[in-house]
Design a protein around this ligand. Sequence first.
Ligand code: ATP
Length: 262
Amino acid sequence: MERSPVIRMNNVRKNYSGVDVLNGIDLEVYEGQIIGYIGPNGAGKSTTVKLMLGLIEDYSGSMEIFGRDIADGDISYKKRIGYVPEVVDIYDNLTAREYLTFIGELYGLDFQTADTRAFKMAECFGIKDVYDSRIASYSKGMKQKVMLISSMLHNPDLLFLDEPLSGLDANSVMVVKEIMSLLASQGKTIFYSSHIMDVVEKISDRIILINKGQIIADGTFSELQHSNKEGSLEQIFNQLTGFNEHKDIAMEFVSSFQEVHE
Ligand SMILES: Nc1ncnc2c1ncn2[C@@H]1O[C@H](COP(=O)(O)OP(=O)(O)OP(=O)(O)O)[C@@H](O)[C@H]1O
């Protein structure tokens, strides 16, 4: 059976006020893949994800999700997508129950289904006792858990996660990594961005490195290792993005706020 890609990008370009941010992204992502999408700050990762989510409309090239061009005016594909943004920006005045049932209903679930699912998920994440407390009183990790629940409540086929493990303790990290593997084994596709290289190295079955709006590496971790003769993903990242000045920069940074004694 021929596999058709869940995401297909063809020569996607985007500029902001004449400044090129994406310079021709070509990409095919398949069912069941866990894609680690990495790159330096400002490389264009969030821009790519926002384009796929339909949050930014003005671009050139073509972009298909679930086999349909997302510019065709039919936004029903969004119901099959879950998203955790990089910055947790939720309605602090709501309780988790209010927020999650609201999100569930936006995705077409009835209140009871959304509530039952959300409560069970909150229980698994150890936050059921605060389910009816205002989100404003939550810790950073607890808010992140609410975001993770909201992205999966409607059982999406494609998940976009931006730093999904941000603020989570070591035990919760293990649970979330396991959830990602389980979903991928069911054929769900996970596209996630992170700066934590050792996690990306371990859980991705494909790593895509973007630099200055272009894909400069794409493969499994061992493929990247073979073609770059480097050990860790962090070292491959440094090598491919041409960065080896960390010591000089650190020295300069510290000396900017310290007196230099000759
Ligand atoms: N709304 C905007 N208006 C103007 N420029 C923007 C806008 N959004 C992003 N950019 C620019 O586009 C470039 C890519 O930004 P993007 O957020 O995609 O990077 P990123 O790879 O996600 O970075 P990070 O790792 O820091 O999150 C940056 O130079 C950024 O300044």
